[in-house]
Every structure is written in structure tokens, then in C-alpha cells.
Design a protein around this ligand. Structure first.
Ligand code: A3P
Length: 300
């Protein structure tokens, strides 16, 4: 039924994105259930994984899930990632059958792309743990472009030039990357938020897994950490049907156009950005990112 509910979503153009709440764009299916979304009841032991799209959400889900299981990967090998960490914005309200968030036993793992200020208030009220992963804007833009090409439920992206403009101006689903990463950054010390970077995980997964184990209060021995690194490597996640989204039909994710597990690199933007685009990006970046915000590495 989850796949069926996705299939019923109509493809739109970037111009048809709903200028949803406070200028943040959303696909219409998110806006249609906005009220239920805001009334979502978080539980104190929920863990929320929040990202701007393409920041390595699925990678983080896999890491957090295995850390919470104390390094035991067996449970993760049975159930697709999208069922282990349901997507909050597309979580259908009752009376949909059990299996999604409302009927899922605690402790739940929940995925969202919402900016901090648009989260259902219960996450803050319940003082939930939240893991935020940020990825540098240039790689995120390129990854999001290829994702639009293959994800038939996102708007038609047009060509790279058009998409580049839309990304810079925040006219993409879930809005402005700049507002997203800085909005979560400002709140990170006010709530139980662990703020991680894609580039750091790529550089030293063991170090970032240690942060997760500390944050989630799950002790891991060296062997467990090694197992998690292996299980969540790009190569393994690309082959694993539970993490590579190959279970979704081609009229949702057409992986012949671009695989979900595409490259997983830092600095791939260099294969896509023209010199002029890079100059424009750098200029706007300096204006839009405050000195007090997070600082990103565009290459390792
Ligand atoms: P690319 O398109 O650059 O390859 P999300 O899960 O937020 O949709 O992000 C998807 C991006 O994260 C894709 O980036 C994907 O390849 C990358 N990714 C997913 N798992 C990864 C892993 N284990 N190692 C490195 N990158 C990974």
C-alpha cells in the first residue's frame, strides 16, 4: 500500500511546486496532509533522522539503525530501509494498514526532510533525539539533480542549468538548502540534536559512529564498529536490496536513468559545475551563509 500510495502521486514541474509554508516549497502530496503532519505525536524514545534531501539520509539511517541494535546487522537485512525508518512527510494517516509510524512499536526511527522550524511540535515537546546530517551544497545540488531525473514523484528537473537556478533560489522540494542547514545548526545546542556532516562520515566513519554511539547511549566494541563500517559502505549498500531501493518499481524510481546509490563521493560537483556556475555559486554562497553557520568542505 505504501508503494500504491506513492504511485498515485502525479508528476509535476518545478514551477508547480507548492510554495508551502513560509516560502518553503513542497510537493503537493506533503501539503495535502500538512495538518495531520503537524499533529503527529512523537514519542520520547523516537529517534529522528533529519536532512536536506540527498545529504546521505539513507546512509545515516543505516548507521543509526545498526548502532541502536548494538551492532547487530541481522534485523537490518530483513526489512527495507524505508520500512525501518518511515518517511514522516509521506507517512499516511490512519486508516492505512499497520506497519507505518502510528502502529509501529517503540523505539521508532523516523526520517524527515523538514526544516527545523516546520517540525511537528511534539518532537521538541517530547525532547526526542535528532540526528541531522548536512552535505556540502554543491554535491547536494548535483545529487538532487540526478535524483530528480530518476524519481518520477519529484518534479521534472529540466536541464542542469535550469535545476542549478532552482536549487540556488530554493525553488526545489523542501526549499532552500541554505535555510535548511543553518536553521538546524542554530538549534543544535537548544535540543538533543547531533549535527553530522556527510564529508566527515566519508573521511572517517569510525569517528562518526563513535559520536552516534555516544549520542544514542549504545556501547559498541571495536568489532561492532568494524561491522557497521562494512555494512554501511557504499559498495555494500549499493548491492543490498534493503538499502538500494531496487524494490521500488521503475515508475517510482527509474534506476536505469540514474541509480539511487549513484557515486557517494565528495567533490563530484566538479564534473557538473561550469566555471561560470561555480563563480555564481561562490558569490551567492558568501551572501547566504552567515559566519556563524556550519562550515562545509567541498572536497576531501
Ligand atoms: P550521490 O548522488 O552523490 O551518489 P539520500 O539518502 O539523502 O537520498 O542521499 C543519497 C546520496 O547519498 C547519494 O549521493 C548516495 O550515493 C549517497 N550515499 C548513500 N549511501 C552512501 C554510502 N554508504 N556511502 C557514501 N555515499 C552514500
Amino acid at each position: 500500500w505504501f508503494i500504491e500510495s506513492l504511485q498515485s502521486m502525479k508528476r509535476i514541474s518545478l514551477e508547480e511546486l507548492v510554495d508551502g509554508v513560509g516560502g518553503v516549497c513542497f510537493v503537493p502530496s506533503v501539503m495535502e496532509r500538512w495538518r495531520e503532519l503537524q499533529e503527529f505525536q512523537a514519542r520520547p524514545d523516537d529517534t529522528l533522522i533529519a536532512t536536506f534531501p540527498k545529504a546521505g539520509t539513507s546512509w545515516a539511517i543505516e548507521m543509526v539503525d545498526v548502532v541502536r541494535r548494538g551492532g547487530d546487522i541481522s534485523g537490518c537485512l530483513q526489512i527495507p530501509s524505508m520500512m525501518r525508518a518511515p518517511f514522516l512527510e509521506l507517512n499516511p494517516p490512519p486508516p492505512f494498514p499497520s506497519g507505518q509510524l502510528h502502529n509501529q512499536p517503540s523505539p521508532r526511527l523516523i526520517k524527515t526532510h523538514l526544516p527545523f522550524h516546520l517540525l511537528p511540535p511534539s518532537f521538541v515537546d517530547q525532547n526526542c533525539k535528532m540526528v541531522y546530517v548536512a552535505r556540502n551544497a554543491k554535491d547536494t545540488a548535483v545529487s538532487y539533480f540526478h535524483f530528480h531525473r530518476m524519481n518520477k514523484k519529484l518534479p521534472e528537473p529540466g536541464d542542469w542549468n535550469q535545476f542549478f537556478d532552482s536549487f540556488l533560489t530554493g525553488q526545489v522540494a523542501w526549499g532552500s538548502w541554505f535555510d535548511h542547514v543553518t536553521g538546524w545548526w542554530k538549534e543544535k545546542n537548544n535540543h538533543r540534536i547531533l549535527y553530522l556532516f556527510f564529508e566527515d562520515i566519508k573521511e572517517n566513519p569510525a569517528r562518526e559512529i563513535a559520536k552516534l554511539s555516544n549520542f544514542l547511549s549504545k556501547k559498541l566494541d571495536r568489532e561492532a564498529v568494524d561491522r557497521i563500517i562494512e555494512h554501511t559502505s557504499f559498495k555494500n549498500m549499493k548491492q543490498n536490496p534493503m538499502t538500494n531501493f531496487s524494490l521500488l518499481p521503475a515508475n517510482i524510481f527509474d534506476q536505469s536513468v540514474s541509480p539511487f546509490m549513484r557515486k557517494g563521493e565528495v567533490g563530484d560537483w566538479k564534473n557538473m559545475f561550469t566555471v561560470a556556475q561555480n563563480e555564481r555559486f561562490e558569490k551567492e554562497y558568501r551572501q547566504l551563509m552567515s559566519d556563524r553557520g556550519p562550515s562545509f568542505r567541498m572536497e576531501l
